[in-house]
Every structure is written in structure tokens, then in C-alpha cells.
Design a protein around this ligand. Structure first.
Ligand SMILES: Cc1cc2nc3c(=O)[nH]c(=O)nc-3n(C[C@H](O)[C@H](O)[C@H](O)COP(=O)(O)OP(=O)(O)OC[C@H]3O[C@@H](n4cnc5c(N)ncnc54)[C@H](O)[C@@H]3O)c2cc1C
Length: 350
């Protein structure tokens, strides 16, 4: 069977690798230029070797399935153990331990968190920079042998036997709205529309010659703008030793306001940087490079009580996977892709 997967995040790539291992031909269509979706890494424009994990900063697992995947990544040398403790800033003072967070094993990637997506993509054919804008069930009137036609932004089309949509719920909704045969989606579209996301900004800063702070990451409370500061140097040996790299994440309310107001990036950056300086000290206001990224859909606020959604009959299979299935986290995204992958491998075994 030829399976088209929309989205090269952890859910899509995980489903894809299982289906490819089961003997299916899998093509993953990814609109961006990189692998891993929201588990992603950006390079400094100024300092060689300096990188920022500006999406999910680390992985950590409770479920045995995800723990097994983390073990696979560490065995292959892709992930390594990071800190089990975060520092804490209560708005006034910095503490070397968060008062309410238990110790937990957390893992990061020496080469950047996008190594996870790169690793998973080894089993499948990924078409980067390829946005799918909709799909059409070719129905009984079809003259070609495949059930589905994917419509690409480039105006090209691509025929597949089955589709896995592995995009955030909002983008999944958009794809379904653009599909010509909507009948099979009628029951699910309202539920997909009800999954809500709040935006978040990531500000990436570098400081040449600065002392490297002794925290791996700082959870910030009682601040109207910032809720997380990550010391990228604590994650990897090969970040340039003379250049400190910090990734700062904001509160949803702050980002929501700026998205609503249509603020220019310079204003957003200035407000975040002022708070970073307030939290860490004057030196933190003297960064020499910055990059700002707005995440419109960082994590879902609510989710489906299912591991995946399957629609269509045997002749027109289509399924939805992602982090909005049974949870809101990266771990749930992995499990969603994993469970659908095994379910379809069995259902469509040769
Ligand atoms: C700033 C930030 C911080 C986070 N922190 C944490 C955390 O601490 N803990 C945690 O568990 N999770 C965290 N997350 C969430 C975690 O990253 C996600 O839950 C997980 O990566 C989602 O994986 P996914 O496969 O469901 O979706 P994604 O990773 O979003 O993958 C979907 C892919 O589909 C592609 N796509 C969408 N539409 C189309 C289309 N039409 N055509 C082609 N491609 C398309 C997208 O470009 C994307 O690459 C964070 C996320 C962000 C952004």
C-alpha cells in the first residue's frame, strides 16, 4: 500500500516508520524545510556551532512505550541524559531547585532536538517544503488505481492508497475543510475545531564572552512575560564555549495579546528582553544576537480521549494522529503515531 503522511513531526514519522517496516511504501509531506515539527532546532546566524531548541526543549517519559523510544535514542547516541532538576525564580529571587517539581529524567540531543526527527525520517521518504492543501477521495468514478488524491500547494497532485494526517488540530481542520468529499468528516470536524491552542514566543539570545550560568533551565513564576529560560550550553559540548545561548519562552497571555494587537516583532522582543534582564541581571540585557519565533500552536489545551482517529472504510483509509490524542504532550504525539502505525500494519498486512 502507498501511504501518504501529512506532517513530519514525531507522530507522523513514528507512524511512518512502523508502516514502512511493515512493508508499505510511505511518503511524508512536510510543509517546512526541516524534520521533527515542533521538536526543532535553529542555528545562530553569528556563531558557528551555537544552536537553540526553540520548540520542545527536552524529552521525558512516563509511558513504557515512550521510555523504550528514549532508550533507543540514547543507545544510538542521539539523545543523552540532561538535568533532573530545574532552577526556579519566584519573581524576586533565584533558587537552585524548583519547590514543587520532583526530580525526573530528562533527555536532550547533542546536535539539537531536531536530531530526533532526522533519525525517524531514515525509514521513510520525506518531501520537505511540500505543503498539502487538501485531499480528495476519488470515489467509485475513479479511473486511477489509488483511492486518494493529495492536492499540493504547488498545484501538483499525488495519488495514495491511504492518508495519515499528522498535523496540529487547527491545521488538520483546515485540510479537512479543503477536502472535496467531506461526508466522512462530518462527525469529527466539530471535535477537531474544539481543540484550542494558545500562542507562545521563543526568543533566542546569544552573549559572546558571558559567564555561563550554573542553571540548565530556569522556571520563572510571577512574571507577566517570561515563564522559562533555557541555558543551551548545558545541553551540548559543542556549543561555542565562549558564547552563551539562551532560549526564552513566554506566557500564553503575553503572546496572545501581541498576536491580537498585531505587534511588530521588535516590540515583542524588547518586552521579553527587558524581563530577562530583570530576572538574570543587567548583563542579560546586553545580548549580541537575537531571533524571535512565534508559535501559534505550541501545545493543545484539550484533547481527544483516543489514541488516534480512524475514518473511512478499508477502501479509503484515513487517520488522524498527533499530540491532541489522549494528552497534550510530545509523549502523547509519539504514542498516537505508534499505536496507529501498529494498528494499520496489522489491518493492512499483506
Ligand atoms: C515552544 C514549545 C515548547 C514545548 N514544550 C513542550 C514540553 O515541555 N513538553 C512536551 O511534552 N511538549 C512540549 N511541546 C509540544 C511538543 O513539541 C508537541 O506536542 C509535539 O512535538 C507534537 O508532535 P506532532 O507530531 O503531533 O506535531 P508537530 O510536531 O506539529 O508536527 C506536525 C508537522 O506537520 C506539518 N504540517 C502541518 N500542516 C501541513 C500541511 N498542510 N502540509 C504539510 N505539512 C504540514 C508541520 O509543519 C509539522 O512539521 C512544546 C512545543 C513548543 C512549540
Amino acid at each position: 500500500m502507498l501511504i501518504g503522511i501529512i506532517g513530519a513531526g514525531i507522530s507522523g514519522l513514528t507512524a511512518g516508520r512502523i508502516l514502512a517496516k511493515a512493508g508499505h511504501e510511505v511518503i511524508v509531506f512536510e510543509k517546512s524545510r526541516g524534520f521533527g515539527g515542533r521538536i526543532c532546532t535553529r542555528h545562530s546566524n553569528k556563531y558557528e556551532g551555537v544552536r537553540f531548541d526553540h520548540g520542545a526543549p527536552y524529552i521525558s517519559g512516563d509511558d513504557p512505550l515512550f521510555k523504550a523510544f528514549i532508550t533507543e535514542l540514547t543507545d544510538k547516541g542521539i539523545a543523552k541524559k540532561w538535568t533532573d532538576t530545574f532552577h526556579f525564580h519566584d519573581g524576586e529571587q533565584l533558587y537552585d531547585k524548583h519547590p514543587n517539581m520532583d526530580k525526573k529524567d530528562r533527555y536532550v540531543c547533542e546536535e539539537g532536538m531536531n536530531s530526533i526527527g532526522k533519525y525517524l525520517s531514515r525509514w521513510v521518504d520525506v518531501r520537505l517544503n511540500t505543503r498539502v492543501i487538501g485531499f480528495t477521495y476519488q470515489g467509485d468514478r475513479r479511473t486511477t488505481k489509488r483511492a486518494w488524491m493529495l492536492n499540493l500547494e504547488s498545484f501538483d497532485t499525488f495519488e495514495v492508497d491511504a492518508i495519515v494526517v499528522a498535523a496540529p488540530a487547527v491545521q488538520t481542520y483546515g485540510l479537512i475543510e479543503n477536502s472535496i468529499d467531506e461526508t466522512m468528516f462530518k462527525t469529527i470536524i466539530k471535535d477537531i475545531d474544539s481543540v484550542l491552542y494558545s500562542p507562545k514566543h521563543a526568543l533566542m539570545l546569544t552573549y559572546e564572552g558571558a559567564d555561563i550560568p550554573d542553571f540548565s533551565a530556569l522556571v520563572v513564576a510571577n512574571n507577566p512575560v517570561v515563564n522559562w529560560i533555557c541555558n543551551e550550553n548545558s545541553k551540548r559540548e559543542n556549543n561555542s564555549p565562549n558564547t552563551l545561548a539562551l532560549t526564552v519562552h513566554t506566557h500564553a497571555a503575553f503572546s496572545k495579546k501581541h498576536v491580537f494587537d498585531g505587534s511588530v516583532p521588535e516590540i515583542v522582543e524588547l518586552e521579553i528582553a527587558q524581563q530577562v534582564r530583570k530576572i538574570l541581571g543587567d548583563w542579560a540585557g546586553r545580548y549580541d544576537e537575537s531571533q524571535l519565533r512565534l508559535w501559534r500552536y505550541p501545545q493543545p489545551g484539550n484533547y481527544f480521549e483516543k489514541d488516534f482517529v480512524e475514518l473511512g472504510e478499508d477502501l479509503k483509509p484515513i487517520a488522524l494522529v498527533g499530540d491532541y490524542m489522549r494528552g497534550k504532550t510530545l509523549e502523547h504525539a509519539y504514542i498516537s503515531g505508534y499505536k496507529l502505525g501498529h494498528h494499520w500494519a496489522k489491518r493492512f498486512s499483506k
